[in-house]
Design a protein around this ligand. Structure first.
Ligand code: SF4
Length: 439
């Protein structure tokens, strides 16, 4: 908030900075002092919106938050709130200090699925805001950690009418609890030249198939799909999704040597060597005397660095598809984990390819539903039973591409690795490319 805006807020709040009936918030006020936008400023703006029905709610919400900071205790408890026909999607929050802060005694959150690729029209965004001003607090988070639009702050009575209006304009509840969670996909091929498959199509094909698992929680714990079009992984699929679909290519990357020369002429040879060539994790790049670049495509691990820095000179190859990784997640029991490569390359071109992706997702979900313990993510199941048993259960052959850093791992004996690599290349040649889901 700029100094001028802060002055305006104070003037609106009266000479002492606090209008009649407003809770004092000295500790929260300190959060507005830094250089970054503060959520407290946003809450105050809603509290000070004259004539809005949610202003008292936001005043009491700020009061309760200040009280929490004083007591160093959270005062929200859960419960059961839902909409007709659904078993999840609403996060209930009831205040334990409702007597002191009655206007915010119920402050539920509606999780609503965003459009694939986050493609909104401004008209739809305005409709969403209007609905939430009518039924809720006016506070919306685009987007939560699972990708949902988080409509925050709603009384129990208003949950159903708010959902009905959102549903009327085409939106549906997302996942909460032990169920399939709301999915996300990056902005994708509509706007990004690095995109290696149709993320929006993959997202909708898979999620539409599993809507039941999202709306009626029946899994041992949460399960998330995420779709990124390339290794930049803009939706953080590798470390946030149980089933990550990340775009890649298996032929040689495309190099425009004229653009390489133009880049070197502008940035200089030293800069190009320091910031591009030597930053390649597998030393797959070399700068020639004539300012062109050679790429050792067999060594390239598709980290995307050179494509990002020299985006006119390098682009993904023509034989595009996706890698599927299973078992990424944030903290909780065994700490943060990255997904494990389970399908090194899956072609995603035709409708049948997308059906295969969906069927493979079904296989994984069935395995998870039948074998995971209560409150166990799929990576923890994999950890418990071991990767070989997991691969056998889902019908996938072991593959050298599943080994992290095979060249430096002391657990990979060179003779075994060579044997497995030979088997892999034999199979690849036999099939004209690896497509494990089809096996
Ligand atoms: Fe090296 Fe990454 Fe470029 Fe591949 S994408 S050549 S690994 S910098």
């Amino acid at each position: 908030m700029s100094g001028e805006d802060k002055t305006k807020t104070n003037q609106a709040s009266g000479a002492n900075g606090k209008a009649e009936g407003q809770h004092p918030t000295p500790m929260l006020d300190q959060l507005e002092g830094g250089p970054w936008p503060s959520f407290v400023t946003g809450l105050k703006r809603l509290r000070d919106s004259t004539g809005k029905q949610y202003a008292p709610m936001m005043n009491d919400l700020l009061g309760q938050l200040e009280h929490s900071y004083e007591e160093r205790t959270g005062f929200w408890k859960g419960g059961t709130v839902s909409v007709f026909g659904y078993g999840g999607g609403v996060i209930p929050r009831f205040s334990e200090v409702a007597a002191k802060f009655p206007a915010s005694k119920e402050f539920h959150t509606l999780r609503i699925q965003p459009p694939a690729g986050y493609h909104y029209s401004t008209d739809v965004l305005r409709q969403l805001c209007d609905i939430w001003e009518r039924h809720g607090s006016g506070l919306i988070a685009f987007h939560g950690q699972s990708g949902d639009i988080m409509f925050q702050g709603c009384s129990s009575d208003a949950v159903q009418p708010a959902f009905d209006e959102l549903n009327e304009i085409g939106f549906d509840l997302g996942g909460a609890g032990p169920s399939l969670r709301t999915s996300t996909s990056c902005v994708g091929h509509a706007r990004c030249e690095m995109s290696c498959y149709d993320e929006v199509k993959a997202h909708r094909t898979v999620l539409n198939e599993f809507m039941d698992e999202m709306h009626r929680p029946a899994l041992p714990y949460k399960f998330k799909f995420k779709f990124s079009g390339c290794g930049n992984d803009c939706v953080n699929a590798i470390h946030r999704a149980d089933f990550a679909v990340i775009g890649t290519w298996r032929d040689d990357m495309k190099v425009n040597q004229e653009e390489v020369k133009a880049y070197v002429a502008k940035a200089g040879r030293k800069y190009t060597i320091d910031k591009v060539i030597s930053m390649c994790p597998t030393r797959a790049l070399s700068l020639n005397d004539d300012d062109t670049i050679d790429v050792d495509n067999k060594s390239c691990v598709r980290c995307m660095h050179c494509l990002n820095v020299m985006n006119k000179a390098f682009s993904p190859g023509d034989d595009r598809g996706a890698t599927i990784l299973v078992g990424g997640k944030r903290a909780l029991k065994v700490g943060d984990l990255m997904g494990t490569v389970v399908v090194p390359f899956m072609k995603l071109d035709t409708d049948e390819d997308y059906q295969k992706l969906m069927e493979f997702g079904r296989k994984l979900m069935d395995f998870f539903a039948e074998n995971a313990l209560e409150h166990e993510r799929i990576c923890e199941t994999m950890d418990r039973i071991g990767l070989p048993a997991f691969l056998e259960a889902i019908g996938v052959e072991p593959d050298p591409n599943m080994v992290n850093h095979p060249r430096t791992s002391c657990y990979v004996r060179t003779d075994d690795f060579t044997l497995e690599a030979d088997k892999y290349f034999e199979r690849k040649a036999r099939e004209g490319g690896l497509d494990v889901a089809a096996e």
